[in-house]
Write a protein that binds this ligand. Structure first.
Ligand code: BGC
Length: 824
């Protein structure tokens, strides 16, 4: 991998002078113009000062490019929680390097990630994109991601600043949060990233915080981020989040996205002329923008781009993405060492479930990328264990909306190749353009080649072997006319509300039809509604749940091991909408229960990013939490199940046992306000103070071996802070394994919640023992007092070494900062 530091360098004196000279060269009109985006994902160039276009792309799990769908193929990484389950900054560094390669290959200067909001309530739709419920874990992982990108000259954008932990009413909701919760929880990941990695940009969120909208929040943006923490980068708005000119310009926002038409392009110049905003404020925004341009090599033309980076489907990438995904998966239950599955046995395996066949590789929303392929769980398990040992049986429906057709099932009527055809027409019905689509789905936006058409037609011929019952229709909002042999209908499919409503969780329409091989299906939509995606639906109609469960049970009864793959889809794990239950969608729980009742051994693979309920947990033999594993999904699941790669992940969020349980639950604002009533008691911090026990603790994960913790000692204390703890442990099981040693601090003061202060990884062979030093972060060992607004260090208390707080292994008491006891 190319690890060269490609960031162009000028000495900071020279660059500061060049920046100041450029600012002095421009008049007010030209300055203000530069402070809004030029397009959806790019900024204006200004040849007069040597400023080139800066290109951005969404990026938490892959560098997508400017189109939400139908753009170029790029690497689809495992989702953020799955990567975070490694608890490993080296893993984050590798993720950053892949993203940097992809960004360089697409000549993209800024990646819009990482997402470092916290897992406050498990209902948050966007949790799949955020690392964890813990601010220090999130901060360290986020800092590693930022450092890794920026050492290659690619800007990173920690987002969304701030208190944006759920999606309901997301553009207007007022998150009502105490100062202590803001400081100890929601600001802390950003603070750690700013202090440890100096990000070049930060994205301000849509919501309000204690009454003030994030893009105008003087206290957060100017006072805390820029003045107190010394952030010298650029604050950009989330897309369409900016509502005002003077208020946001004075409030600390530096750049309004997207452009070109924004509240700033419309009225910021007038606000300066009227004296509501000073020109020095404009200069400061521009200074920050030019500093970014300098850092990414778009100022004075110094940028070079890496060539020949590994392609998304190259063996290098496939190995990396499989390893990263499998290594982050977490073994939640493993009775009688059911896992790993033996490759050398003759046992018959049945793989069951919709998610076995249609494995969900990523969440929904702006984070989506177009992967070269997605290996399904069924395909991966067959490849690992052999076709003769493995039978695959479909499960129950898990979606309420249809996706665009699998390209394997459709052919372009013009070229006859895999995929579909799109034709655009003007108002008079004259053909404008005709193009092949690899994936039968298209974006209608200013960024798309189809922009400006009056109507768009999608068509394909069905590539099925025999007459079959299929769901035929269209995906995406708008007016549609859908036709197939013997069938024609006109429908209006409504939009989802809110920003991105045409892209995220698009609604669909399909009807069951008996169709012949080669049947032509066509869907035509007008261009009345812009900013949406459209697609052609053609997929085999599924059996009803009762019939699907009956067939699966029959197959499971004759097998030695049933692997049931269940999970969420982009209808739950998505931007733009929260969940209202943690129950698996559809009749998946009934499917698992029915299989567990008849199978000799039942292994459940959960293909979801965030907590799900497991009412069948006592009846199954093993549970592997597999996340949304990215493009190599099935191969990674197989590697984890067989132990080719140890699924050494530890949970990054606490799993409730039932809906409504836990310190924070509701995401529904009242009168526009969402009170963060739990204060600092988020996640395990709150759970540890309750008599109610979760299903699984933050930090839980069994791996494949046993760990014996022998002793612990505090080896460094600075003032009141424990800064290092030495832990001796051994691998007492039968497999080589990786342990994540977790160190928590409990305070004597019962009102102070316990917190993770440090962790580290150790890999040991069976029988091996090691002493590791866990360095601990002082920033987790303090509480915020208001008034008088200051940090106070925690004194005394206990140090707890645990595999999640449900499995405490060692405790040390601290009396006046001295370790007085240690034991097993
Ligand atoms: C999301 C951001 C994203 C932006 C651009 C917004 O809807 O909240 O995270 O970067 O769109 O796609």
């Amino acid at each position: 991998m190319n690890k060269r530091d490609r960031s162009p360098r000028m000495s900071s004196d020279t660059s500061n002078k060049a920046i100041e000279h450029a600012i002095a060269t421009l008049n007010l009109t030209s300055k203000v113009k530069l402070l809004s985006g030029a397009r959806m994902f790019s900024l204006w160039s200004e040849p007069a000062i040597g400023l080139e276009e800066i290109v951005m792309s969404d990026g938490p799990t892959g560098v997508r490019g400017p189109l939400v769908v139908g753009g170029r193929v790029s690497c689809l990484l495992p989702n953020a929680t799955l990567i975070a389950q490694s608890w490993n900054v080296d893993v984050m560094d590798e993720v950053g390097q892949i993203l940097a390669d992809e960004a360089e290959d697409q000549q993209t200067h800024v990646v819009l990630g990482p997402t470092v909001n916290l897992h406050r309530t498990p209902l948050g739709g966007r949790l799949f994109e955020c690392f964890s419920e813990d601010p220090v874990l999130t901060g360290h992982l986020g800092a590693a991601y930022v450092r890794s990108l920026q050492k290659r000259g690619i800007g990173a954008t920690p987002k969304h600043f701030l208190a944006n932990e759920s999606e309901t009413e997301r553009t207007t909701v007022d998150s009502v949060v105490s100062d202590s919760a803001l400081r100890e929880l929601y600001l802390l990941p950003f603070q750690i990233i700013v202090e440890d990695a100096q990000p070049w940009t930060i994205m301000a969120s849509y919501n309000r915080i204690n009454g003030t909208t994030a893009t105008e929040h003087d206290q957060l943006l100017n006072k805390i981020l820029k003045e107190e923490w010394g952030f010298d980068g650029l604050v950009m708005s989330d897309w369409l989040a900016t509502k005002t000119a003077a208020e946001s310009a004075n409030g600390g926002l530096d750049l309004v996205m997207p452009g070109p038409d924004t509240p700033w392009s419309r009225s910021l110049e007038a606000a300066v002329v009227a004296g509501d905003v000073t020109e020095e404020t404009i200069n400061d925004h521009l200074r920050r923008l030019l500093r970014l341009a300098h850092r990414v090599g778009a100022f004075t033309g110094t940028r070079t781009w890496a060539r020949n980076v590994p392609s998304p489907d190259s063996p290098t990438r496939r190995e990396q993405l499989r390893r990263l995904a499998a290594g982050g998966m977490s073994v939640l239950v493993n009775r009688d060492r059911t896992l790993p599955l033996r490759k050398d046995s003759d046992d018959r395996i049945v793989v069951i479930g919709r998610h076995a066949i249609d494995t969900v590789a990523q969440g929904g929303g702006s984070a989506i990328v177009r992967p070269p392929h997605v290996i399904s769980a069924a395909k991966g398990i067959i490849a690992a264990l052999g076709e003769d040992r493995v039978t695959v049986v479909d499960g129950v429906q898990t979606r309420t909306q249809w996706l665009a057709a699998n390209p394997d099932l459709v052919r372009d009527p013009v070229s006859g190749t895999r995929g579909a055809r799109a034709r655009t027409f003007d108002k008079e019905g004259k053909l404008l353009e005709t193009r092949h689509l690899d994936v039968p789905e298209l974006e209608i936006s200013a960024e798309s080649w189809a922009a400006g058409a009056a109507s768009i037609e999608l068509s394909a011929d069905l590539a099925i072997a025999n007459r079959a019952k299929m769901m035929i229709g269209s995906r995406g909002a708008g007016n549609w006319t859908i036709s197939a042999p013997g069938h024609s209908e006109s429908v209006r499919t409504p939009f989802h509300n809110g920003p991105g409503g045409g892209f995220f969780r698009p609604k669909s329409h399909a009807v069951p039809l008996e169709v012949e091989p080669g049947a032509r299906i066509t869907a035509v939509t007008d261009a009345e509604d812009e900013n949406r995606l459209i697609g052609l639906v053609a997929e085999p109609a599924l059996k009803n749940s009762a019939a699907a469960i009956r067939d699966a049970v029959a197959a499971a009864a004759g097998a030695d091991t049933a692997i049931v793959v269940v999970g969420n889809t982009q209808e739950q794990e998505t931007e733009g909408q929260d969940k209202d239950t943690l129950a698996l969608p559809g009749d998946q729980d009934a499917l698992v229960a029915a299989i567990a009742a008849v199978a000799k051994r039942t292994v459940v693979v959960v293909n979801a990013a965030t907590p799900v309920l497991m009412p069948w947990i006592a009846d199954v033999d093993a549970v592997l939490f597999a996340g949304l594993p990215g493009q190599e999904a099935g191969d990674a699941i197989a590697a984890a199940l067989t132990g080719d790669i140890e699924p050494a992940g530890r949970l990054v969020t606490t799993f409730p046992a039932r809906d409504g349980q836990g310190p924070a639950w509701s995401v529904t604002p009242r009168d526009g306000k969402l009170p963060y009533n739990e204060g600092t008691n988020v996640g395990y911090r709150g759970w540890s103070r309750s008599t109610d026990k979760p299903l699984f603790w933050f930090g839980h994960g069994l791996g494949y071996t046993e760990w014996e913790y022998k002793k612990a000692e505090i080896t460094a204390i600075q003032e009141e802070n424990v800064t290092a703890v030495e832990v001796t442990l051994g691998n007492a099981g039968g497999y080589p394994g990786t342990e994540t040693v977790q160190v928590y601090r409990f305070a004597d003061d019962p009102t102070v919640s316990p917190r993770l202060i440090g962790w580290c990884q150790v890999r040991l062979e069976p029988g091996e023992e090691a002493t590791v030093e866990v360095s601990c972060d002082s920033r987790a060992q303090r509480v915020w007092h208001t008034p008088p607004c200051h940090w106070e260090e925690i004194t005394g208390g206990r140090i707890v070494v645990a595999r999640g707080l449900g499995d405490v292994r060692l405790e040390l008491s601290l009396v006046q900062n001295t370790a007085v006891t240690a034991g097993t």
